[in-house]
Ligand binder design. Structure first.
Ligand code: ADP
Ligand code: MG
Length: 237
């Protein structure tokens, strides 16, 4: 599913969290929203998800206008930084949750959960409870849970933010592999330049509620559009 945001504005009082933002996210891509704290990344992601409403502008998913659609109508999987796992459910039941509430046949649920646990490397941990997992394992469980219902779009808001550098790096590689396998259109919010450069097909650099530049990691690094992008990525204009 492609995502298209056109002329998005969002104000908090006089403050513009999104200032005339337009972005096209191609089907099957892994696109990062990169920018410093307060640049509007989460606001843009939440707007795509339907968790925040725009003051003006529009959002289309696969050519269908969803500007006023509820989150449930958008077929989207989320992983936010402080992801709320069900503490009283096992890893397996956490991953199965979305399928069970959709009343999928038992055999289908079991097969899908087996497949996902395998992909995220948690087969040996499926009977544990979330509190018995490491931070990285919990994030992988969160990703499996989000993917269980075959979302058309996966939105990740700083999903690895709280983890240490080594675990982040492993998860980045793992996210890239996962994306290459399932091809779900993915939008990753991050303030980490290296993370964006490492995992993305495309990067949108945000600053003060505006998009400064959109392109491939190479485009941005080799041909930054302005001094902000250059200094933020640590390259030279
Ligand atoms: P980022 O995710 O890039 O750090 P956000 O999208 O969360 O940035 O926020 C962009 C700006 O909008 C910030 O300055 C933030 O303080 C402001 N903002 C976000 N949500 C609210 C809110 N509910 N009320 C007031 N200001 C907000
Ligand atoms: Mg944020």
């Amino acid at each position: 599913m492609s995502i298209s945001v056109t002329g998005a504005n969002k104000h908090y009082g006089d403050f513009a969290a999104l200032d005339n933002v337009s972005i096209d996210i191609p089907e099957g891509s892994l696109t990062s929203l990169l920018g410093p704290s307060g640049s509007g990344k989460s606001t843009l992601l939440r707007s795509i998800a339907g968790l925040d409403s725009l003051d003006s502008g529009s959002i289309e998913i696969n050519g269908k206008d969803v500007t006023h659609a509820s989150p449930q109508q958008r077929d989207i999987g989320f992983v936010f930084q402080h992801y709320a796992a069900f503490k009283h459910l096992s890893v397996r039941d956490n991953v199965a949750f979305g399928l069970k509430i959709r009343k999928k046949p038992k055999a289908e649920v079991e097969a899908k959960v087996d497949e996902l646990l395998e992909i995220v490397g948690l087969v040996g941990f499926q009977r544990r409870f979330p509190a018995q997992l490491s931070g990285g394992q919990r994030q992988r469980m969160a990703l499996a849970r989000a993917l269980a219902v075959d979302p058309k779009v996966l939105l990740l808001d700083e999903p690895f933010g709280a983890l240490d550098a080594k675990v982040r790096e492993d998860l980045r590689k793992w996210l890239r592999r996962l994306h290459d396998e399932v091809h779900v259109t993915t939008v990753l919010v991050t303030h980490d330049q290296q993370e964006a450069l490492d995992v993305s097909d495309r990067i949108a650099v945000l600053n003060k509620g505006r998009i400064e530049q959109i392109g491939t990691p190479d485009d941005l690094y080799d041909r930054p559009a302005n001094v902000f992008v250059a200094s933020f990525l640590g390259s030279t204009v």
